[in-house]
Every structure is written in structure tokens, then in C-alpha cells.
Design a protein around this ligand. Structure first.
Ligand SMILES: Nc1ncnc2c1ncn2[C@@H]1O[C@H](COP(=O)(O)OP(=O)(O)O)[C@@H](O)[C@H]1O
Ligand SMILES: [Mg+2]
Length: 197
């Protein structure tokens, strides 16, 4: 094997998209499908990292910049140690995903497209107590009427834009087809990207 051959090296796949776009759902399904093929990986959710570095999260730009840096550094360390990684995190700034691309040699971006209205609809059905329960509806009310909501930080898709990457390796629209069908499409595309050259 040539020393430049990276086919055996670990990789990272980032599921990115608006809150409610289906990152967790899709990445869990893909994780299971890969496991069925004997491919193991570690799923890393932003919320787990956030709990560690922001005990009382305020969801400010500064806090997000820090938490995303920690997330990428953690993922890169895992990959460095030969562990495949699935990242489940919105990453509304392109910069966060660019940083991961810079730090991780084998990197695939799965961008989940989903109209904001669909995300809002899905999110409004979440159980009370979930981290984003009623988040969009409150953010919209705040924006339109100036209402105040204790502890509600800047909401992606309402207060801060989600930056799309038209060059992402895999782009999937989660408002079309079932989550299972989409997961299968993503898995197939992923294996194509990750197969030895
Ligand atoms: N393709 C899909 N079709 C229908 N519902 C979906 C789809 N993907 C996700 N959902 C549902 O939408 C909600 C939000 O998905 P989730 O994966 O939690 O989003 P995120 O992790 O991006 O915030 C969940 O209730 C999930 O079951
Ligand atoms: Mg999620």
C-alpha cells in the first residue's frame, strides 16, 4: 500500500441542517445501517459537548464558536485515533464545517435541506422539555412582537441564518421521502465516498 493511501484511515461525516431538519433521526438510521454492514462509528451530538463547556447555555455567537471548536477538536482526535465519527450538529456557520474539513482528512458533509416551515411544524410537535420544544414559535413571536422569553438564545433559522454549502458531498431534502428512504440514499452515497480508491 502506498503511504498516501488513506482508504484505511478513519473518517468523519457531519450531518448538518436547521434544528428539526432531521439530523438526529437520519444520522441514527445511517449509524444502524453502517453497523449492519460491519462498519462501526461513534455518534457525537453537539448537545453533549455543549453540556460540558456551557453549563448554563446562552446560545450566543461567542459560546457557539467555542462549543463548535471543541466539538471539531474532539471529533478530529477520535479520527486521529482510528475511530470513525458521525457528527450530529446544526453548524449554521460554514466556518464550523470548514474547520472540520481542514482538521479531518477524510471528511464528508451531509447537508439536510428542509424548508423552515416544515422544521417549525416538526419542532412544535416535540415533547415539552426537549431542548428545542417551542423554540421556533417563541423566536418568531419575539421577532414579530418583541416578546421576551427567559433563556431563549439566538435561534438558527430565525435570528441567525443557516449557511448552505452547495458543494457539500451529499445533499438530501428531508421533506421529501421517508426518513428510512433518505437514510438509505445517504448510506449508499457515503459508501461511495468512503470506499477505497
Ligand atoms: N424525513 C422525515 N420525514 C418525517 N419526519 C421526519 C423526517 N426526519 C425527521 N423527522 C422528524 O422530525 C423531527 C425532528 O427531527 P430530528 O432528527 O430530531 O431533527 P434535528 O436533529 O435536525 O433537530 C423528529 O420528530 C423526527 O422524527
Ligand atoms: Mg437533533
Amino acid at each position: 500500500m502506498k503511504s498516501t493511501d488513506i482508504s484505511n484511515k478513519a473518517w468523519a461525516v457531519w450531518f448538518t441542517g436547521l434544528p428539526g431538519s432531521g439530523k438526529s433521526k437520519l444520522s441514527k438510521l445511517v449509524y444502524d445501517m453502517l453497523a449492519d454492514e460491519g462498519i462501526t462509528c461513534k455518534r457525537i451530538e453537539l448537545d453533549t459537548i455543549r453540556k460540558k463547556y456551557a453549563t448554563n447555555p446562552e446560545y450566543t455567537d461567542r459560546e457557539r464558536d467555542l462549543v463548535y471548536k471543541k466539538l471539531v477538536d474532539f471529533a478530529a482526535e477520535k479520527v486521529q485515533n482510528g475511530i470513525n465519527v458521525i457528527i450530529d450538529a446544526s453548524a449554521h456557520k460554514l466556518l464550523y464545517r470548514k474547520y472540520a474539513r481542514k482538521k479531518i482528512q477524510r471528511f464528508v458533509e451531509v447537508m439536510i435541506k428542509c424548508p423552515l416551515s416544515v422544521c417549525i411544524e416538526r419542532e412544535s410537535k416535540r415533547k415539552k422539555g426537549h431542548v428545542v420544544s417551542q423554540m421556533y414559535l417563541r423566536a418568531l413571536e419575539r421577532k414579530q412582537k418583541g416578546s421576551k422569553f427567559e433563556g431563549l438564545g439566538k435561534v438558527i433559522g430565525v435570528d441567525v441564518p443557516y449557511e448552505e454549502n452547495p458543494s457539500a458531498e451529499i445533499i438530501i431534502d428531508s421533506s421529501k421521502n421517508s426518513a428510512e428512504q433518505n437514510a438509505l440514499t445517504v448510506k449508499k452515497a457515503l459508501l461511495k465516498y468512503l470506499k477505497p480508491k
